[in-house]
Write a protein that binds this ligand. Structure first.
Ligand code: PLP
Length: 411
């Protein structure tokens, strides 16, 4: 139920006038969500094929999550870490068991979890690997996306992330993604403490590396005493058809970075997981966050992770992903518009035959909206399709029908 009496046009005008212009949204004003469906202020229904950039893997307003949030909110929401709280230890144990690590450090946003991973890797580099003071290097890759803080963008190669935001933080070396020779060469530097990478690059347009990339990268890291820092903020928690995308190659990173669907979209929760030899380099007072590990976040996180298992969302993501790509690849032969279909599980992209600066993908997304499905281009000519993982097979077929019909109108 909305508390405002605005129509969509008025709501957009308000954001435009009073909000910073740091986003360029598709012109739709969402007011309500349930499962894979959302409704705008005028009551028009859409399939949500962005799922809040994969934060809503469990579907909008999952009743179990809403109940967990409400129940916890009635007794305690925030204590700060100046005191213990009755939910944190339970949540940390739950996550440690769930992902198979000794320790968990909870934060809020994905960017904060990545910042935490950087600090952990550097401190480990000085205190365990013996890197000379202030000389630690983290190897990152081209077209990465790990968030928006000034340190994180220092490793970015995307001009829209970096232009006029300098000076930048030293201590990063950026190499080609999906290039093991470049990695092997970079790791020869004894001052490298970490290799920081997404298993599939999300914001770069669902870029899937060659099979074996991660397992070989892990082996190189082991050989050179370097920490593999995997950013699974977007790829994790069932999105790619495995619990973690790294499970495809049986890789267990030294530092695992999670966010987004850790709360099913109800609340910002992120976390870094590592074993004791890494995690315990951070001592009391050296890192933290007012909200990190609060009881509300803990209650929501346990429920969000339980739902993924109880509702077989990982398996559903794998199965429906296969279905989506099979349909889109068959459709590709009937249209001139589709250049490539790629992805894993329910993390997919359709690249269209246009330059990255063209507006075909944007126009297709506007038409998809008219036809009742919401998606957004990433990097110009790539449309990312990442619905909630609770989608049914019947809904997936209906959505593929909408996508095909819409794209066919463009040629
Ligand atoms: N890492 C990856 C792989 C992401 O996709 C994102 C967000 O899209 C982030 C980090 C940043 O997360 P947040 O926006 O919660 O800071």
């Amino acid at each position: 139920m909305t508390t405002l009496t605005l129509n969509s046009k008025e709501a957009i005008a308000l954001e435009d006038q009073y909000g910073a212009h740091n986003y360029h949204p598709i012109p739709v004003v969402l007011d309500r969500g349930e499962g894979a469906l959302v409704w705008d202020l005028e009551g028009k229904q859409y399939y949500d094929f962005l799922a809040a950039y994969s934060a809503v893997n469990q579907g909008h307003c999952h009743p179990r999550l809403v109940n967990a949030l409400i129940n916890q909110a009635k007794s305690m929401t925030l204590t700060s870490r100046a005191f213990y709280n009755s939910r944190l230890g339970e949540c940390e144990r739950f996550m440690a068991d769930y992902f198979g690590y000794d320790k968990v450090l909870m934060m809020n946003s994905g960017a904060e979890a990545n910042e935490t991973a950087i600090k952990l890797a550097r401190k480990w580099g000085y205190e365990k690997k013996g890197i000379p003071s202030n000389e630690a290097v983290i190897v990152a890759v081209r077209k990465n996306f790990h968030g928006r803080t000034t340190t994180i963008i220092s490793a970015s190669t995307d001009p829209s992330s970096t232009t006029n935001f300098g000076p930048f933080m030293p201590g990063f070396q950026v190499i080609e993604y999906n290039n093991l020779e470049a990695l092997e060469k970079a790791l020869q530097n004894p001052n490298v403490c970490g290799f920081w990478v997404e298993p599939i690059q999300g914001e770069a347009g669902v870029q899937v590396p060659q099979d074996g990339y991660l397992s070989k990268a892990f082996a190189l890291c082991e050989e050179r005493n370097v920490l593999l820092m995997l950013d699974e903020v977007q790829t994790g928690l069932g999105r790619t058809g495995k619990l973690l995308a790294s499970d495809y190659e049986g890789v267990k990173p030294h530092i695992l970075i999670l966010g987004k669907a850790l709360s099913g979209g109800l609340y910002p929760v992120s976390a870094v997981l590592a074993n004791d030899d890494v995690m315990l380099v951070i001592k009391p007072g050296e890192h933290g966050s007012t909200f990190g590990g609060n009881p509300l976040a803990c209650a929501v996180t346990i429920e969000a992770l339980s739902i993924i298992k109880d509702e077989n969302l990982v398996e559903n993501s794998f199965r429906l992903g296969e279905l989506f790509r099979a349909r889109m690849n068959a459709f590709k032969t009937k249209t001139k518009v589709v250049k490539e279909v790629r992805g894993k599980g329910l993390m997919n992209a359709v690249e269209v035959n246009d330059s990255p600066k063209g507006n075909l993908a944007w126009n297709i997304c506007l038409a998809l909206k008219e036809n009742g499905l919401l998606a957004k281009p990433t990097h110009g000519n790539i449309i990312r399709f990442t619905p909630p993982l609770i989608l049914t097979e019947e809904q997936m077929h209906e959505c593929c029908d909408i996508i095909e019909k819409t794209i066919l109108a463009f040629g």
